[in-house]
Design a binder for this molecule. Sequence first.
Ligand SMILES: [Fe+2]
Length: 181
Amino acid sequence: MQTRSLVAAWGKRELPSRAPGEDSRMASAPQIDASTDLHLETILTSFDTNYAWNYGSLKEGLRDLYEKAKREQWNGTTQLPWSTPVDPESEIIPAQFNPLQDYGPFRRMSPREAVRLRHAQLSWQLSQFMHGEQGALIVASQLVGAVPWMDAKYYAATQTMDEARHVEVFSRYLSEKLEWE
Ligand SMILES: [Fe+2]
């Protein structure tokens, strides 16, 4: 689940020290050790990567989609009203959509307990969406390599950018607005 502590931990990562003469371009990359980093899960993936030598447009529909994607780029940082105040314990999702609404133990909770659970439920649900968006981001990026046509690579590249924004926005909403710890 997305938490502030996770974000803070990532921000505090220490960069490796550089040996004399070591390439400075490599020195800025943090050391990644998936076996000890609890915030990292490494999954082995294997697929054929296609380097397309034909730069012409072979799939007109895909080229149109790519043009549309370029025209309609958006910026979640500047185009979403992040200054809007959000009370994370308010009824952000209407109560009638809560699947626990008619569940006995839920109905027997005190108002304070119910509010706390509602906050936890929404944080959990949006966290699952966020993790799914990261999956989409990774898959879209892999599609750039896997597809055999340049038009398809172009379009998959825009899809990759779109999925990055989805992850970014869910992550920011969770940490800044829902503030679930
Ligand atoms: Fe997405």
